[in-house]
Structures are given as structure tokens and as C-alpha cells.
Design a binder for this molecule. Structure first.
Ligand SMILES: Cc1ncc(COP(=O)(O)O)c(C=O)c1O
Length: 409
């Protein structure tokens, strides 16, 4: 726990109030089960880069062309991050400056679209992200989004419908990507449809990108014009975003990130991204990524045996979306009961009806070293938590997590 506790010890002398907050969060993460599909535990090396003096540095622009002085190490950090991520994904060009996944999507739209353009993306009722046309988001206000859906029976993307809608609406861009789709996307099908109607193909791979890095999911890079991603989910880097693309879009993407949609880059985060990309290039990460998927499959099956309806009947990824209705609860109620028992996950849309389900993922628990046996135990703990004995289950959750401390003893 050294990287966690050292700053806390320093802070305790100077700012006991905030030290308590940080210590409480470290305890919460260690003593409860982190099953949010969007989260993970970074390495201590990533945390060290985040807490380094690069946090003090302003570096507007790109390596070799900055508006600020003293950027020699900032330039090196960004060059290392860019070279590592290009090699990791076989991309011709990378921009590692987006502050988040949403900023990466904003940059992709800014590079390829004009206000008012039509964009075809997974509809929000089926798991599209806010940036895929929500009326509450810039995307829904500045562009005309048309939503494709999933088959109500199978929960799978209906590629025939994507094609029909593309032919009917002739969008400027087709987006694939989701917050709750647990299956692989068929990138070649999106590419073919985009080519047929003369649209750009943008892959928002925020969720699967870490599995792609570890060879446990297909890569969108050979198919999409632009790939947007986060760096903090299965990929296990700091909170942040990135854009990958071919050389022909490099200049447009770079200008769309800075100066069009962002100011100065966060250099400490870019250094931390570089550390994570380095880690993801090693053989251990491939083993990890495959374990994440294996754990998700075991957990999905075990939850199904305990009465959850698993959307699409299973998972190809780190993610499981499930309907607890047959257990007499909806998603928000289930999330509340599970949280009371120390099991942390999210709610999500379901591809049918109005009720919300639950979304969970195995990235963080796999980083902690949990395997098949622990997935079966987690399914038991779910059942106990939903039965209502929160205090007893919370103790049992803490007994389980005690054996798998995220940052060592
Ligand atoms: C598909 C998709 N796109 C974009 C994002 C946005 O990422 P951020 O929250 O970092 O802005 C997410 C986040 O979960 C996502 O799942």
C-alpha cells in the first residue's frame, strides 16, 4: 500500500480532513468488491507517474511545438506514450491528450463532422453512450443522430437494420461502441456498411480496448477510420482518453484535440498512460486480459444459475449485463442491496422493456488475482445480498477481499 499510504501520511500532517477522505476511499476500494465494468486498479507505477512533478507542467501544443517553455521532459513523456500506444495497437497515428473518453469522441466528431451532420450510432435505449446522441449532450444537440438497436429476443446488434438505416439516412459517420454491450462488435460489417454509403466509421472502443491490447478481443484499428478509447478500464491506465487513426486523419485529429476542443494537456496523466501502455505490451497483460474474459464467463453462468437473466445469454468480454427481475427486484433495487453488502456495480439499460438491469465487470477483481473459484463465491454473495442479510454478507465480502489486497499487504 506504499503509494497509497505515503501521500496519506504526508497529508495527515498538513490536511487531516483530506487525509481521512483518501484513507477512507483506499479502505472502501480494498474492503468491498469493485465490480463496476468501467473501473480497474492501476499499478503503483501508474499511480507514481500520476503523483509526479509532471503534474505541475503546462504544455499546450505537441512535442517540439509547444506554447510553453521548459517542455523537454513533457515532450519526452508524450513521445514515449505515443510510440508505445502506436506499437501496442498497430496504429499509424495516436493522440494521447484527450482528458477522457468523451473528449476523445468529441475530437473525432470535430475532426470528421460539421454541425448538423447525420450520424448513425447505437441508440441510447440499447446501450449507446451519452456522446452517441443524447439530447442532454453536445452530440445530440449539434448533430442529427439516428439510432440503431439490438434484436429484442437475442440482445445482439442487428447488422441488417444498421445497413437499412444507413441506406435510408446516408449518415456522414457510423459509430459503434456501447456502455453495456457485452459481445464483440463486428467491425468488418460496420466497415462494409460505411463504405457502401460513403460514411466515416468511428469505433468508440472505450470498453474493449484493454482486451484488444491483450489479444482477448478483435481490434477495430484495421477497420475504423478513427478509434476513440478510454485508458482506465480493462487497459488499467489512469483516467483518460486517446484517439488512434490512420496517417490520413492524423493532422485533423491533432487539431481537433488541440486547439479545437482542449487546452493544455495533462502531462502527468500522459506519463501515466505511457506506463500503462508499457505494462499492456508485456506477456503478463495478455494472460490478464484472457483471465478477465474467462472470469466474466464463469460469473455470468453462475449468476444465471442463481436466477439472473443474462443479456445476450453470456459475454465475450469483461462485461456482464443482467436482469434481476426473476428474483423480484429491478436493477436499481438490486444495486442498492448489493451496495449495502459491499458489492459495487452499476445499473444499465436492458434491450427490452422499461426496467433497468445491472452491469458488472471483472477487470478489477481479476487484477486483484481472483479466479474461477472466487467468481463462484461472488455469485453466492450476490444471492445472499439480494436475500437481504446485508451486514452478514458485508463481513463475508470483506473476508474474500482480505485475501486479494489490490495494492499488496
Ligand atoms: C462507449 C463509451 N464511450 C465513451 C465513454 C466516456 O468516457 P469518459 O467517462 O472517460 O468520458 C464511455 C465511458 O464509460 C463509454 O463507455
Amino acid at each position: 500500500m506504499s503509494v497509497i499510504t505515503q501521500p496519506t501520511d504526508l497529508l495527515r500532517r498538513q490536511d487531516p480532513q483530506m487525509a481521512d477522505v483518501l484513507a477512507g476511499e483506499a479502505r472502501r476500494q480494498a474492503a468491498t468488491l469493485q465490480l463496476s465494468a468501467a473501473e480497474n486498479f492501476t499499478s503503483t507505477a501508474v499511480l507514481a507517474a500520476l503523483g509526479s512533478p509532471l503534474a505541475n507542467k503546462y504544455a499546450e501544443g505537441y512535442p517540439g511545438a509547444r506554447y510553453h517553455g521548459g517542455c523537454e521532459y513533457a515532450d519526452l513523456a508524450e513521445q514515449v506514450a505515443v510510440e508505445r500506444v502506436k506499437a501496442l495497437f498497430g496504429a499509424e497515428h495516436a493522440n494521447v491528450q484527450p482528458h477522457s473518453g468523451s473528449s476523445a469522441v468529441l475530437a473525432a466528431y470535430a475532426a470528421l463532422l460539421r454541425p448538423g451532420d447525420t450520424v448513425l450510432a447505437l441508440g441510447l435505449p440499447y446501450g449507446g453512450h451519452l456522446t452517441h446522441g443524447s439530447p442532454a449532450n453536445f452530440s445530440g444537440q449539434w448533430f442529427t443522430f439516428v439510432g440503431y438497436g439490438v434484436d429484442a429476443r437475442t440482445g445482439l446488434i442487428d447488422y441488417r437494420q444498421v445497413q437499412d438505416l444507413a441506406r435510408a439516412h446516408r449518415p456522414r459517420a457510423i459509430v459503434c461502441g456501447s456502455i453495456s454491450y457485452a459481445r464483440h462488435m463486428e467491425y468488418s460489417a460496420f466497415r462494409e456498411i460505411a463504405d457502401e454509403v460513403g460514411a466515416y466509421f468511428i469505433a468508440d472502443a472505450a470498453h474493449p480496448i484493454g482486451l484488444v491490447a491483450g489479444g482477448a478481443a478483435p481490434s477495430p484499428v484495421p477497420y475504423a477510420d478513427v478509434v476513440c478509447a478510454t485508458t482506465h478500464k480493462v487497459l488499467r491506465g489512469p483516467r483518460g482518453g486517446m484517439v488512434l487513426c490512420g496517417a490520413e486523419f492524423a493532422e485533423r485529429i491533432d487539431r481537433a484535440v488541440f486547439p479545437f476542443t482542449q487546452g493544455g494537456a495533462q502531462m502527468h496523466t500522459i506519463a501515466a498512460k505511457a506506463v500503462a501502455f508499457g505494462e499492456a505490451a508485456g506477456p503478463d497483460f495478455a494472460t490478464y486480459a484472457h483471465r478477465v474474459v474467462a472470469n466474466a464467463r464463469v460469473l455470468a453462468q453462475a449468476l444465471e444459475e442463481r436466477g439472473f437473466t443474462i443479456t445476450t445469454g453470456g459475454t465475450d468480454t469483461h462485461m456482464i449485463t443482467a436482469d434481476p427481475a426473476a428474483l423480484g427486484v429491478d436493477g436499481p433495487t438490486a444495486r442498492g442491496r448489493l451496495a449495502a453488502a459491499g458489492i459495487v456495480l452499476d445499473t444499465c439499460v436492458l434491450p427490452y422493456g422499461d426496467q433497468r438491469g445491472v452491469r458488472l465487470g471483472t477487470a478489477a477483481v481479476t487484477t486483484q488475482g481472483m479466479g474461477e473459484q472466487q467468481m463462484l463465491r461472488i455469485a453466492e454473495l450476490f444471492a445472499a445480498a439480494l436475500d437481504g442479510d446485508a451486514a452478514k454478507t458485508r463481513t463475508e465480502v470483506a473476508e474474500l477481499t482480505d485475501g486479494f489486497p489490490p495494492y499488496g499487504e
